[in-house]
Design a binder for this molecule. Sequence first.
Ligand SMILES: [Zn+2]
Length: 397
Amino acid sequence: MSRYRLYPTPVQAAGLLAQCGHARYVWNLALEQWSMWRHDKGPAPSSVEQARQLTEARAAFGWLSGGSQTVQQQALRDFDQARRSYYAGSHRRPKWRKAGRNEGFRIVGPQAGRVEQVSRTWARVLVPKVGWVRFRVSRALPDARSYRVTHDSVGRWHIAFAATRDPIPAPGNGEIVGVDRGVTVSAALSTGELLTCRGLSESEQRRLGNLQRRLARAQPGSNRRRRVKAAIAKLHARAADRRKDWVEKTSTDLARRFDMIRVENLRVAQMTKRPKPKPDPAKPGSYLPNRRRAKAGLNRGILASGWSLLVRRLEDKAAGRVQKINPAYTSQTCSRCGHCAPGNRENQAFRCQSCGHSDHADVNAAINIAAGRAVTARRDKPVRMSVKREPQLTTSA
Ligand SMILES: [Zn+2]
């Protein structure tokens, strides 16, 4: 993915924003249809059926037909993909697109190829119904099959080209790395490296908290409220930029250095799900701590989404060289002797109760992941790897 800053003229910006509105409208319409669908009412409308309905809607509503059909149809296809990813368990449930927050549209196919370099620093792209829009060339233009135009909450326009997958050749050294999503670090490698994705700093987080409290007190519709909202959006955008940057650097680095990359197969939906309340058996009606506060932490959420992005980019860059490992017990199992017990782990330190091996807990887990260790639910017994049966792996395409 290569992202560039897009500089539309005010007239073009209005045109782009209208297209964003169309894409959002179509997406939300498809989402509404899907959420209202019940099993007893027959099959949910297929994407073909939805495309036919879109043609009808365009005929009925003048403002929709004024926009680009390509953009609107693509929004339907994107929704279809989101729905399928949700059923496959790799993504969360598709959400409502909100005006001013998730503004964007996608162009796929030959139309995405209408890009010209104008000078050393400028290029332009022919956006349907809007015309040639300039963007700043901050790095070499990729040979793209699709692009996405986005308008962020701070008011910046970007164009992101999805390169036709930009695989990085394997180094051919036979080396395998395990990557564990750490608790205190963003990722731990089986090589012992601890990687940190910089989220918001302490002071930025404090400032965000202040702004959010101020927002709660501001009059609806007031100028003050608008200013506070813009300041909050700016902080979120800063965190997102840092996260994207980290993901690109880290995924390139890993794809260059290792032949095989093994990651834990985490379900993002489970990771970010609200933890269940734990009733206190001693006191009926009251509850034990369930780490909900810890889970709700802002940086935690940011890191969680950084992780799924990292895995996605790894699968692009190291296509066919990424394996997802079932992470069960990887944090409790000794990477040296295979002894598996909850007592092996004390916070960030791993100390094997059987052989005395000690390591950073996340690094120990990463080594288990690198080994593709089939960790079983039977504790206390060392895990034996069968020669014939491979551990549970799901190889990415
Ligand atoms: Zn041990």
